[in-house]
Write a protein that binds this ligand. Structure first.
Ligand code: ADP
Ligand code: MG
Length: 228
């Protein structure tokens, strides 16, 4: 797959959707045709906009629910269990084909994982395996506060162990007035992980037109720093 990014995170509810949406929106605002993909969505019964709908809106994409997220479940559980409760099993070959199909006709594919990097899609096929099969560079979404150094560095190690390129860690939502701990976390992750750490401010999720650009990569990071 040529141009794209795989957004994973240190766990569930750590900002993967926010980061993936910001990356999608940034590319769309650059005039690129963006497709989004998420191997499975669970917790559909809950409050709020489901991930595949938010990603589609951010990307300005016309993909159907099935094209973005082929497996969708109501219970807020790991995808392998959501599938079992629905009386089916997630088929890795179908996921790979669906992601390739989503990428066709677009300039950039933004994929959001499910939960953390070692979450099972089946008991023999983890998010890690899907990311490796797609071969896209990885971005790790992570929280800014206490506990994040360990979770983030574990994920950095795991991503690198797959042989995938690690583009950056993104701390989200990054407060407008970060505390000493948050600043220190950012620096510690950068130093210990040997990885660029970008930040994403709190977005008004209903209004993608108001979101700042999220540019990753060394040159872009210095620009982002200059803006802060
Ligand atoms: N930059 C951000 N702007 C606004 N909300 C954010 C941001 N980062 C995280 N959040 C909030 O934190 C929660 C978890 O974020 P989400 O992106 O849904 O996590 P994940 O996809 O990892 O489960 C959500 O309520 C989301 O709105
Ligand atoms: Mg999400």
């Amino acid at each position: 797959m040529s141009d794209g990014v795989f957004v994973t995170g240190t766990g569930t509810e750590v900002g993967k959707t926010a980061v993936a949406a910001a990356l999608a929106r940034t590319a769309t605002a650059d005039g690129r045709r963006v497709a989004v993909f998420k191997p499975a969505v669970s917790g559909l019964g809950g409050e709020g906009e489901p991930d595949h709908a938010l990603l589609r809106r951010a990307a300005g994409s016309r993909q159907s629910d099935d094209e973005i997220a082929p497996y969708r479940y109501r219970p807020p559980v790991s995808p392998h269990l959501g599938a079992a409760l629905a009386g089916e099993a997630i088929d890795p070959a179908r996921l790979r084909a669906a992601a390739r199909a989503a990428a066709q006709g677009s300039d950039r594919l933004v994929v959001e994982g499910v939960g953390g990097f070692l979450v099972p899609l089946t008991l023999g096929y983890l998010i890690r395996d899907f990311a490796r099969d797609l071969g896209l560079p990885v971005v790790i979404a992570s929280a800014p506060g206490l506990g994040t150094i360990n979770h983030t560095l574990l994920t950095v190690e795991s991503v690198r162990a797959t042989g995938l390129e690690l583009t950056a860690v993104v701390l989200t939502p990054w407060p407008s007035q970060p505390t000493e701990v948050e600043r220190s976390n950012r620096e510690a992750i950068e130093r210990l992980g040997g990885v660029g750490v970008a930040t994403l401010p709190r977005l008004e999720l209903s209004e993608p037109s108001t979101w700042p650009q999220l540019e990753l990569g060394a040159a872009d990071r210095s620009r982002a720093d200059a803006r802060r």
